[in-house]
Design a protein around this ligand. Sequence first.
Ligand code: SF4
Length: 332
Amino acid sequence: MKKIGITTTVPVEILLAAGYKPVDLNNVLVSAPDPTRYVTIAERDGFPLNCCAWIKGIYGVCLDSGINDVLCVTSGDCSNTIMLMEVLKLKGKNAMPFAYPERPDKEEMDYVLEKMAATFGTTLEAATKIRQKVQSARDLALKLDELTWKENIVSGWENHLWLVSASDFNGDYHKYTKELQELIETCNGRQPYPGNEIRVGYIGVPSVYAKELYPYIEKHGARVVFNEIQRQFAMPSPGKSLVEQYTNYTYPYSLNERLADIKTELKKRRVDGVIHYVQAFCHRGIGDVVMRSAIDLPVLTLEGNADFYLNGHVKTRIDAFLDMIERGRRKR
Ligand code: SF4
C-alpha cells in the first residue's frame, strides 16, 4: 500500500478504501528518538521561530521520511496547515487539502466525504465497508478508555497512546487490534489504582511532552482518567454511517461542541481537576479563556513549545496544582 501522510485525524476509511496506508505525521514526530531534529529541518528551511512545533515537526517528518502524498487538513484543525501545504508543494510533495465543514452538519459532511472519495478514486460505499472492518480496533480503544476511568486499571499514558494512535492505527489496523487486545488482557489482571488518587482530565491538543507528563502526574498521586481529543480520535459516537461518525466527531468544530462532550465526561469520570494544554503560537490557546470560564473545576493551563520533555517550571506548576486539589479535598 502506498503511504499517505495526514496532518491530523481525517476520514481514514476513504484513504484505506482507495488503497493508501495513512500515516499520522504527528505520531511519527513524537515517537521519534529525537523529535527536535525534525523541527530543526523546518527552521533551516526558513520556518519562523514563532511557528508551532507540531507544524515544523511534521514538515520535517514529511521531508525526511520520503512520503510523497500528504493530506493536509486546512479547516477544522489548523490554519497554519494552509501554508505548510504550500511549502510542501514547493518541495515537490503531492500535498492535497481536506477541509471539514465549518459546523457539524450532516448534509455538508456528506458533500465533503463524497468529494474526498471522488478525489481518491473510490466511493463512500467502499469506505463504509472499511468502517465496518476497523470498528473492532475502535471498540477496543474505547474499551481501554472505559477500563481507565471505570475499572482504574489503565495508566493515563497507555490511554493517551492508544487513543491518539487511533488516527491511523499505527499504519496497520490488524496489528493495532491484536496488540491492543493483548494489552487489555494484561490490564485485566492488574490491581486497580488506589481509590484516593487525584483524578485528572486532560483537554486540548496532545502535548509535545506527553511521554513524561503522564508518568510524572502518576508519580505524584494522581492519574489522567480523561484524554479529550485523543478519545475523539477513536470516534466515541460513531452513529449509523460515516457521515454521522464525522459529524459527531467534536474536534473540528466550535468550542461549544467540544465543551458539551468535555463537561459530560468530566462529571461521569469524577474528575477532580483539569489540565488544559496549549501549544505555543497556536490560535487554540485563545480558547483557554472560554475553557476556564466554562469548566467548574480547578484548571491548570500548561503551555509547551519545542521541548519534548518536562522542564522544571512545568513540573513545579503541576506539583502546585495537585497540592492545591489535595488540600481542597482535606478541607471537605
Ligand atoms: S497545535 Fe495549534 S498551531 Fe500547532 S498544529 Fe495544532 S492547531 Fe496548529
